[in-house]
Design a protein around this ligand. Structure first.
Ligand code: ZN
Ligand code: FE
Ligand code: FE
Ligand code: ZN
Length: 269
């Protein structure tokens, strides 16, 4: 059984994904998904980052591309239009201007930066920085940023919420209290977490978040969505059978869908 909504996927406008939106839609229809959401990387707010996110002047093109497939495939699948927006402290007003510039169905807030370091960037020159950072410190800062991002109220979903593990770096200390504090803020601010299957395709070879983390979010009453984080049409809906198993074993019995930045449905799994 696959959940019927894949809420995290990209388009070539970000500069590191392949396949037209139509190919993503066709793959979703082929898999029998009833709903999908495009959440391409929103324009970077501190400086243009070609190859990482779309540029500011590409946003109208993105919106038009997704609206086009949304209307053409409306009979087969419900296509949502969203963004994956970086959380960068100090740039809140610019971020808000982008997410308010169009009637997006939801915004995924993602922390990819710690003090201007893109810690999940596979570029060898950027990856080098892992060597000069204390892994436990990275995780502590990361969870702090997750809490801060939820408190902005900008985001309906918090993306891949243990991303620092991507290349295999695990904390050597018990961070349960950090995760519990994060779960509490997520619950209070009303954001959902996603099960993101892309981690299975990364060196860590594990979905985000890890089972023990997801359990903490579930116990705190934080709602759930599913996302493949596809950067290639072939990855749409990928490993969703495993994602459902993970959700159930963490205690979840439903997930959410969004429309106009509001919860639209609660779907039983
Ligand atoms: Zn990406
Ligand atoms: Fe991301
Ligand atoms: Fe993504
Ligand atoms: Zn992502």
């Amino acid at each position: 059984m696959i959940p019927f909504a894949d809420y995290h996927m990209h388009t070539p406008l970000c500069g590191h994904a392949v396949g037209s939106p139509e190919e993503y839609v066709k793959q979703a229809v082929r898999l029998g998904l009833k709903e999908m959401g495009f959440s391409d990387h929103a324009p970077m707010v501190h400086k243009p980052m070609p190859g990482i996110t779309m540029a500011m002047d590409e946003l109208p093109q993105y919106n038009a591309l997704i609206e086009d497939v949304r209307s053409r495939y409306a009979a087969q699948i419900d296509v949502k239009i969203a963004l994956e927006s970086d959380f960068l402290p100090g740039y809140e007003s610019k971020t808000k201007a982008i997410i308010d510039s169009y009637p997006y169905d939801y915004i995924i807030g993602s922390v990819h930066f710690i003090d201007d370091w893109a810690f999940d960037d596979p570029d060898p020159k950027v990856k080098e920085y892992w060597k000069i950072h204390d892994v436990n410190d990275v995780y502590r800062k990361y969870y702090g940023l997750l809490r801060q991002s939820a408190k902005t109220g900008f985001f309906q979903i918090i993306g891949h919420c243990d991303l620092p593990k991507k290349f295999g770096a695990r904390p050597s200390v018990d961070l349960t209290d950090e995760i519990k504090a994060t779960a509490k803020v997520f619950k209070e601010t009303g954001v959902a977490v996603e099960i993101n299957t892309a981690g299975l395709r990364k060196p860590i070879s594990e979905m985000y978040p890890a089972p023990h983390c997801l359990k903490i979010y579930c116990e705190a009453g934080v709602p759930l969505t599913f996302g493949s984080d596809a950067h290639d049409p072939k990855d749409v809906g990928r490993d969703f059978d495993k994602a459902v198993d993970l959700a159930r074993s963490a205690g979840y019995s439903e997930y959410l869908t969004f429309k106009n930045k509001k919860v639209e449905k609660r779907i039983k799994i």
